[in-house]
Design a protein. Structure first.
Length: 171
């Protein structure tokens, strides 16, 4: 839903969030404002800060969230603060990889499996030379799959991975 619809839902008493968020936003009728319930920095330390949207320190970030058309109702299945796990699509997963975060599929069997963006990649040639994998368009980066058997450099997503909505942050 877009933000206008999300605001209407908040005024009805619902909590809303973007898919990848661990926290949520809700309407405070007394203060006549949106209160942002933030995820804790450390998952085992309970709830994070509760901020009045009018006092946001990250105006550009907050406005970019307001402009999103991906708002959902926050509930106990999709929100950390309400006891669930936030999930998102592959496009969001790529965005988080580029920010240096680890992501995985909720449906992957191995608990310690995830992907991350690797950089400064090099290899040893058959002659024994160390070759830096610098590429004119993408630089020196690739997606690495980290699994129970080791690291697979240059991991490629399957169509199922690309179409999945169960991507989440890896621990």
């Amino acid at each position: 839903m877009n933000f206008k619809q999300a605001l209407e839902e908040m005024k009805k008493g619902n909590k809303v969030k973007l898919p990848s968020w661990g926290g949520y936003w809700c309407w405070d009728d007394t203060k006549q404002t949106i209160m942002m319930h933030c995820r804790p920095k450390d998952a085992d330390k309970g709830q994070g800060p509760i901020l009045d949207i009018r006092e946001t320190q990250r105006v550009e970030y907050t406005l970019s969230n307001v402009l999103s058309d991906e708002w959902v109702i926050a509930d106990n299945e999709n929100c950390n603060l309400l006891g669930g796990t936030p999930t998102f699509n592959f496009g969001e997963a790529i965005k988080y990889l580029k920010r240096g975060l680890k992501v995985c599929r909720q449906g992957w069997n191995g608990k310690s499996q995830y992907i991350e963006l690797a950089s400064n990649i090099s290899y040893k040639s058959a002659k024994g030379d160390i070759v830096n994998c610098e590429h004119e368009c993408i630089g020196n980066k690739a997606i690495a799959f980290v699994g129970t058997s080791g690291v697979q450099m240059g991991w490629l997503a399957s169509q199922a991975d690309m179409l999945a909505e169960d991507w989440m942050f890896a621990e």
